[in-house]
Design a protein around this ligand. Structure first.
Ligand SMILES: NC(=O)c1ccc[n+]([C@@H]2O[C@H](COP(=O)([O-])OP(=O)(O)OC[C@H]3O[C@@H](n4cnc5c(N)ncnc54)[C@H](OP(=O)(O)O)[C@@H]3O)[C@@H](O)[C@H]2O)c1
Length: 412
């Protein structure tokens, strides 16, 4: 075959060459032969943009596909829109961009008739976007939930295993490279919220953005909570939950206790795990590394291969579903109480008056060290909040009550 007859290379324009971008460039070179074997054309890097290298316009002009690995919304949003409008398919790993501007970007991609792929933006190496869009394309998904932030999962696993305080484990997570220098968005739940907005959009075909996802982080978790929970057979995870409810959908991120038999309970360290539930499939669970340059780059490369060889998924929103905020949950409740007769009865009365029943109670310590730890059955969160306000007013309480959600479902 002469050089004229050989199929032209696929030119890849790379925006950003940091942790993921550099790993992607390396992997692209390493796997170019395998990609050529699948799609008949060899991919090659045609240009790179960083803060001090490359020109965006020239990179787009000289590429067939654009890979955005800058992160954040500005200037990434403008670059992705311009590349799509110029007819270039785009692969991105940018969860913030998708969670905040997904609808706009999908519309631009549709108008331009090119693909926008983003597998690496959610749940690390787990191919959850592909599974929802392709594997379960004909399935009415009822719930997508899981551990979508590796940093917080590492911290909670370490706290449970060692009894160490949150602050100490965070320092260790930074040393091991599991937490960034500024871990705020990981530990306060914002990173997981962005991923859940993307997953909810995919699973329920409804426009939903980051500002509609309620989230809580793990900064207030105490070693005590984990120790008592262990006695009750519970382990703690930061969960993202997107589910259908009677009146619409609910999308939230919160720390949550799980019973030992739950498929997510044994997922420890910096791993992610996602479960999909639907009447037709019962449930599917997938787990894998939550981040990392090479791991993320391999998901980006998978998207590139899909673009070069396959059908485009459809991103049209079907209907606008309402976001429900007051939903039912079961709760763990930690109370430091006075060691006096009738305390437990007073607390049980407040719970009972609010229609809340107790599932289990552990009583520990005497005198100034008396504590009550209980798990209550599922109730509307607004009812629980009202009960908590009343309990906080009781004379016999020595400090503010602490509560954490619990998933009551016990898998066998
Ligand atoms: N790291 C992970 O494990 C991971 C996991 C999943 C998803 N992601 C996503 O992957 C994307 C990239 O993350 P990363 O960790 O690789 O980030 P990073 O290490 O901070 O690299 C960012 C790159 O973008 C370039 N850049 C930043 N601002 C720019 C601008 N205004 N114009 C042009 N270039 C600019 C930087 O240029 P300079 O080199 O000049 O600074 C750098 O090359 C993000 O969307 C992130 O959320 C990362």
């Amino acid at each position: 075959m002469t050089s004229d007859e050989r199929p032209k290379a696929v030119r890849i324009g790379l925006l950003g060459r940091g942790t993921v971008g550099a790993a992607f460039a390396e992997l692209l070179e390493e796997r170019a032969g395998a990609i050529e074997a699948v799609c008949g054309r060899r991919p090659e890097l045609s240009g790179v943009l960083t803060r001090n290298e490359g020109d965006f316009g020239e990179i787009v002009d000289g590429s067939d596909v654009v890979v955005e690995l800058i992160g954040g919304t500005d200037p990434a949003r403008g670059y992705v829109i311009d590349a799509l409008r110029a007819g270039r398919p785009v692969v991105t790993a940018n969860k913030q961009l998708l969670a905040q501007h997904g609808e706009e970007l999908f519309a631009v991609a549709r108008e331009a008739g090119v693909q926008l792929r983003f597998e690496a933006a959610v749940a690390g190496v787990i191919p959850i976007v592909r599974v929802i869009q392709e594997g379960f394309a004909a399935t009415e998904i009822s719930k997508v939930f899981g551990i979508v932030n590796g940093t917080t999962n590492f911290i909670l696993s370490e706290m449970a295993a060692t009894g160490a305080a949150y602050e100490d484990v965070l320092v260790r997570a930074k040393e091991l490279g599991y937490a960034e220098a500024d871990p705020s968005d990981d530990v306060n739940g914002a990173d997981a919220a962005a991923k859940m907005a993307i997953l909810a959009r995919l699973a329920f075909h409804t426009p939903i953005t980051l500002d509609e996802v309620a989230y809580e982080g793990i900064e207030a978790i105490q070693p005590d909570d984990l120790a008592y929970a262990k006695e009750l057979g519970l382990s703690l995870k930061l969960l993202g939950v997107a589910e259908r409810r009677d009146a619409g959908i609910s999308v939230r991120v919160f720390p949550c206790f799980l019973y030992g038999g739950h498929p997510l309970a044994p997922v420890g360290g910096p791993f992610n795990a996602v479960m999909v539930e639907a009447p037709a499939i019962t449930e599917v669970t997938m787990s894998g590394p939550g981040a990392g340059g090479v791991q993320t780059a391999s998901a980006v490369l998978g998207d590139l291969l899909s673009i070069l060889s396959g059908e485009a998924p459809v991103h049209e929103a079907r209907e606008r579903l309402d976001v429900v905020t007051d939903v039912s949950s079961s709760f763990y409740l930690y109370l430091e109480v006075a060691d006096r007769p009738g305390v437990l009865a007073a607390i049980a009365r407040v719970l009972g008056d609010n229609g809340i029943s107790v599932k289990s109670v552990v009583q520990r310590g005497i005198g100034d060290d008396a504590r009550l730890v209980m798990v209550v059955h599922e109730c509307l969160e607004s009812r629980f909040a009202a009960a908590l306000d009343e309990i906080a007013e009781l004379e016999d309480l020595r400090s503010a009550p602490r509560s954490i959600r619990v998933i009551e479902e016990e898998f066998v």
